[in-house]
Write a protein that binds this ligand. Sequence first.
Ligand code: PHE
Ligand code: NA
Length: 453
Amino acid sequence: MTTNEQPRTQWRGRWGFLLAATGSAVGLGNIWKFPYITGEYGGGAFVLVYLACILAVGVPVMMTEIALGRRGRGSPIDAIRRLVSESGKGSAWSLLGWMAMLCGFLILSFYVVVAGWSFSYLWKMLSGGLAGSSVDDMAAIFVANNENPLNLGFWSTLVTVATMVIVGKGVQAGIEKSVDWMMPGLVIMLLALIGFGIFSGGFGDAVRFLFSFDAGSLSSEGMLTALGHAFFTLSLASGAILTYGSYLPAKASIARTTLSVAVADTVVALMAGLAIFPVIFANGMSPASGPGLIFMSLPLAFQAMPLGTLFGVLFFVMLSMAALTSSISMVEATISWLSDNKGISRRTASWSTGIVLWLVSTLAMLSFNLGADWTLAGKTFFDWLDYLTSRWMMPLGGLGMVLLAGFVLKHETFREELGLSPAWHALWLFMVRYVSPLGILVIFVDALGITRV
Ligand code: PHE
Ligand code: NA
């Protein structure tokens, strides 16, 4: 029952972990969220802050989390508790583990709604429901798809069930498999869309929008969104990467794995931007169209490009798979914690978690129809889940992790786990002690308006 006596399940070498961690990282965050928040916060400057956050905060935090997971051999709660007690420090730090686990769960409860959009658009592509639609039709189709709770609920329920079935089957059988064809597939689809964008006009505008940094002042809201998204897109501070790290064999290099995941994730996000914004500009749509952005724009490209229906179907298959390989990682912390501590099987853990998840996600789904007016401070339940996790829980959780690693735990632990040369180790330590925490704090304090006169 405890992980101390049984060897913990392991990935098949570095490759297995790399696939799974990449699968977790690359998801709707890259293809759905990155373009729409970039559109909302005005492009270039936002992208620049996001990239800076990936480098200065995301990479050091990811290395820290994998090390914490592997060394602590368990879910965030267990791993942190174990390491903290080894260092003779107070167990209050395991609250960090609780917050991460809760965060992963809360993300999943709105993520299944978005993944449901992807599945339903796959169905629309297959059944010809998008053919011959104008720009305005596409917007109307997105709204109509949300309006009926039975329809939307069907798709989010489907994703919830699929996630929990895969998770219930266990690490090896459930998770590792789909990533190795999904990733290359997604990149090919995005390349095709970018290629189409280059010939269809709007590409120059897209490049200018994404990469011209003169965009003036980025709001502090935007900076906090960029920081939160750096965590979200790399699956950090939400239990996913830490728990996956606990299955990593001792010999695999944490630094190299982290870099591959971060690079792959960033490349896919930038490619998604380059694929989507040409369509937006060529069709005179607003970049700030909100969460429906990719669903209202990409089908326009699919209907105009050669073999578009085929590409569209394949694209939504890939997107749905990418969503699933992320969603399964969000509950891994919960499932691992339940099965390590409560003496229940993964199967039991996953269906019981699934029931709670279904209830919360149904509330999130209702934000687009029956519950559209159930707002608090102008935010729906769906908005609140997104807001609380990305703006608060992940940046604060990440801050906790780097402080824990930088100042609280034994240095030996990280020297051994990371296995870096002295110079690189010093750089990592400098990052987790000063650069990442200050970066997080500065953005936070700025967003709270404390620095403003
Ligand atoms: N990184 C995933 C994405 O970009 C989302 C995610 C967040 C996954 C948190 C796991 C944990 O879609
Ligand atoms: Na991502």
